[in-house]
Design a protein around this ligand. Structure first.
Ligand code: PFF
Length: 475
């Protein structure tokens, strides 16, 4: 009997040892400090900043929305991003498993699983818009924007997005691109592509902003962007701004838990969260400085919805560089290329959440896990894309599938995820653990530690709850 127990004990030790060994060998990581920030900023900066931010701001009246948005980024987004990084690096596990590791046997695991599901839903409709950028690269390369007017751009955008199969094909192509980078692994795929692409995108946007602001008639756009009209602030503005902040920062579903798990123990989490938050906000504001002056200059309504960027930007290229067609050509090709790449670093992060979960939880190879995720997203993306065209007659709660996925993820699932993540770190997690992660085991000074804990304990959960209650009309 004793010998048997002994044998079982040794066998367990062997298994445990092997597992630890495997974890050491298999868990990839980001190699440099810059890589860490760029990969996280790569996830944050994407269509959310350049496509979604202007159209949400446009729908909600402009400057006042932007102010509420900035408040949400500072008071909710960045602290919750930090909470995600703490969870990820402590647990050294993907989102789905991290809560189970830090709070075994508790219902907290559902937050991680909900994050995985949210990621799949976002990826599905996001890749539809990402697919649009591929179509626009094609149009730019074949010089199809030349000589067109604002109405032409509206017409061709509507004709393309409602086409029965073209946008579906592009969405699938985009998902396949994401798939192949994911299969190549964390460091080679994610880190390298972010390092080159992010700074180039930023420079190009800066240049475009200068061009847009100097268009004749751009002044009205600047007023819309900078002069708040508080009479327009209602509960929808708060919900919209909060949703946009979570969406844009990639917060609330565990992308940053998964990325945090690849961080080195020397990485300064607070600095990383703050830098990523600032870069992301800067790009969104920059995008406002391109889109609104341009929209007013060419007579496109700022609340014209999801086509705003796709309709106004080709105009900017034509009008600003009309005299030098080669510049108009080069800038439009470069812009859509960079937009597609920015979207790619975000789809990679969304895909990674689900893939690493299936890989680590069910022991599937990364490749096989990725195939499952891609396959599910292809089906959902096709549904989202077709819901704007052939399936437009079918709505759920009055929304197309595309709009439903957007609403439910950005305005419900991400804030709810953020609410529980802040409660988890603010209340459940041992404060010694939180402090150790934030100060790298006491080696960093962190004067704002108390403030961060206060926000995670009280301000963030209460703020999110108030915005929901307000939206339901109970406040
Ligand atoms: N933050 C990305 C963007 O602004 O385009 C989109 C996104 C990525 C949202 C990852 C959520 C997420 F978890």
């Amino acid at each position: 009997m004793r010998a048997k127990v002994k044998r079982i004990f040794y066998f367990c030790m062997f298994l445990n040892h092997n597992q630890l060994d495997m974890e050491k060998k298999e868990r990839a990581g980001f190699s440099s400090k810059l890589g860490v920030i760029l990969a996280s900023a790569g996830s944050a900066v994407g269509l959310g900043n350049i496509w979604r931010f202007p159209y949400e701001a446009g729908n909600h009246g402009g400057a006042a929305f932007i102010l509420v948005y900035l408040g949400c980024v500072l008071a909710l987004g960045i602290p919750i991003m930090l909470a995600e990084l703490v969870i990820g690096r402590r647990a050294r596990a993907n989102t789905g498993n991290a809560f189970q590791k830090l709070a075994p046997g508790t219902p907290w695991k559902w937050i991680g699983l909900a994050g995985v599901l949210t990621g799949i839903l976002i990826l599905s409709y996001y890749s539809v818009v990402a697919g649009w950028t591929l179509e626009y690269i094609g149009e730019a390369v074949t010089n199809s924007f030349a000589g067109k007017q604002a109405e032409d751009f509206i017409g061709s955008f509507n004709a393309f997005t409602t086409h029965s199969w073209r946008p579906v094909v592009w969405a699938v192509v985009f998902l396949l691109l994401t798939h192949f980078i994911i299969v190549r692994g964390v460091e080679k795929g994610i880190e390298r592509s972010s390092k080159i692409m992010m700074p180039t995108l930023f420079l190009l946007m800066l240049l475009l902003a200068v061009c847009a602001v100097s268009l004749p008639g751009a002044g009205a756009g600047l007023t819309f962007l900078l002069k708040p009209d508080f009479s327009k602030v209602n509960s929808d503005v708060f919900l919209g701004a909060m949703g946009q902040a979570f969406f844009s920062l990639s917060v609330g579903m565990g992308v940053l838990i998964t990325y945090g798990s690849y961080f080195k123990k020397e990485t300064n989490l607070t600095k990383t969260a703050f830098s990523v938050g600032m870069i992301d906000t800067l790009v969104a504001i920059l995008s406002g400085f391109i889109i609104f002056p341009a929209a007013f200059a060419v007579g496109v309504q700022p609340d014209s919805g999801s086509g705003l960027v796709f309709i106004t930007l080709p105009n900017v290229f034509q009008q600003a560089f009309g005299d030098v067609p080669v510049l108009a050509y080069l800038f439009s090709v470069m812009f859509y290329l960079l937009l597609a790449l920015a979207a790619l670093t975000s789809t990679i992060s969304l895909h990674e959440v689900a893939t690493s979960y299936l890989h680590e939880r069910y022991g599937l190879t990364r490749k096989r896990a990725a195939v499952w995720v891609t396959a599910v997203c292809v089906v959902l993306a096709a549904g989202c894309s077709m819901s704007l065209g052939v399936g437009r007659g079918y709505t759920i709660f009055g929304l197309t599938l595309f709009d439903l996925f957007d609403y439910v993820t950005a305005k419900v699932l991400l804030p709810v995820g953020g609410f529980f993540i802040s409660l988890f770190v603010g209340w459940y997690l041992d404060k010694r653990v939180v402090r150790a992660e934030l100060t790298n085991d006491g080696t960093l000074r962190l004067p704002v530690y108390r403030l961060i804990v206060f926000i995670l304990k009280y301000l963030a959960p209460l703020g999110i709850a108030c915005i929901f209650v307000n939206e339901l009309g109970l406040l």
